[in-house]
Design a protein around this ligand. Sequence first.
Ligand SMILES: C[S@@+](CC[C@H](N)C(=O)[O-])C[C@H]1O[C@@H](n2cnc3c(N)ncnc32)[C@H](O)[C@@H]1O
Length: 393
Amino acid sequence: MKVNDTYEVRIIDNDINGNGIARINNFVLFIPFCLKGEEVLIKVVDIKKSYAFCDLVNIIKPSLDRCDSVCAFYESCGGCNFLHTNYDYENFIKKSNLERMFGYNIEYYSAEDDLFYRNKATFHVKDGKLCYYNASSHKPCFINECKIANEKINYFVNYLSGFNLTGIFEVMFRVISGKVMVNFICNESYDIKSIINEDFDCVYVNNEHFFGEEYLIDKVGRFKFSIYPNSFYQVNPEGMKVIYNIAKKYAGKGDKLLDLYCGTGTIGIWLSKNFNSAVGYEINESSIKNAIINKELNNINNIEFVLGNASSVKGEYDVIVVDPPRSGLSKEVREFLNSSSARRIVYISCNPFTLQRDLKCINNYNISSFSAFNMFPRSGHVECVVLLEIKKE
Ligand SMILES: C[S@@+](CC[C@H](N)C(=O)[O-])C[C@H]1O[C@@H](n2cnc3c(N)ncnc32)[C@H](O)[C@@H]1O
């Protein structure tokens, strides 16, 4: 097999990221935009030891589950992975892949809105225009609408298309409870004032506050959460409630809660009523600033927030919630969890592959419940929440 070779293959399965899987001899081939059962013409683009990545050249026999993409930029953008099929079939693929990976019956939920749900989008600038960079090809994709971004973000993408943005490198938009935050990363000499829209509620330039509100406040359930541009905040506000309520059910009630990788303190605050005390641990300074504001905003008195690396966390806790980035837990955190006396660990994960690796190492605990929530419809991502209970001697 060589790069640029073409083959006619039958798709034997789909992976969790939406790729079709085919086999030639002992080689596993991954092909985007394909569905199980389809016959397709493919071209080899990258060969590894036992597998290869291919491009889809032509569909010879389509699946009945195939549909036309609602997005004109789908194949060049790379941000979505399931727009060539319907939402139900995407959920079927994600659920069945998770059950196969973990060998567990998963309680699976999906977000109601599969389009226009993202409250955040970051664009690059090329040739003076906003674009996304395709994650695998790194080629710019100039778009005038992102089908999974909030409509207000799309409105302002179109607004900025009327300007020459040369001198700006990146534009981050967030829409929080209807208000718009923008952070421009640009040359000092770029005249940002000339492109400011009066409907921007909060503008930052090179991460410094420039205009409008200093931070935005989201209302989620009975809570209020402040957000600075560089703080972590869940991108799907509907999904956030679902995930946090699963975490609340799994964590139960207890004495001392640890919210590790706490971001702006949202989970600790959501669960705080069920615990005598709580500690949130987070490495990002901006997020911790929000967490401290959020504690005040919600009149929560039994929680404290610590700025620090999760790898250096210490102490004994009754219940531990971990919600790490896609890279998962560090070796130190896995060891900390494994030697802890916490009755329960709730592991929230946005990457099933690192979750699988970490669960194999936390062997003093048994999995007692496993939920997944399609918080990122149409993309290859899915959120999992796992309850681990300490093994009885
Ligand atoms: C998936 S987010 C979860 C945040 C929060 N639990 C929430 O629901 O909004 C992961 C968080 O881990 C933080 N983080 C990444 N590496 C870390 C580390 N080594 N120690 C502590 N926090 C870290 C990130 O800044 C981010 O806020």
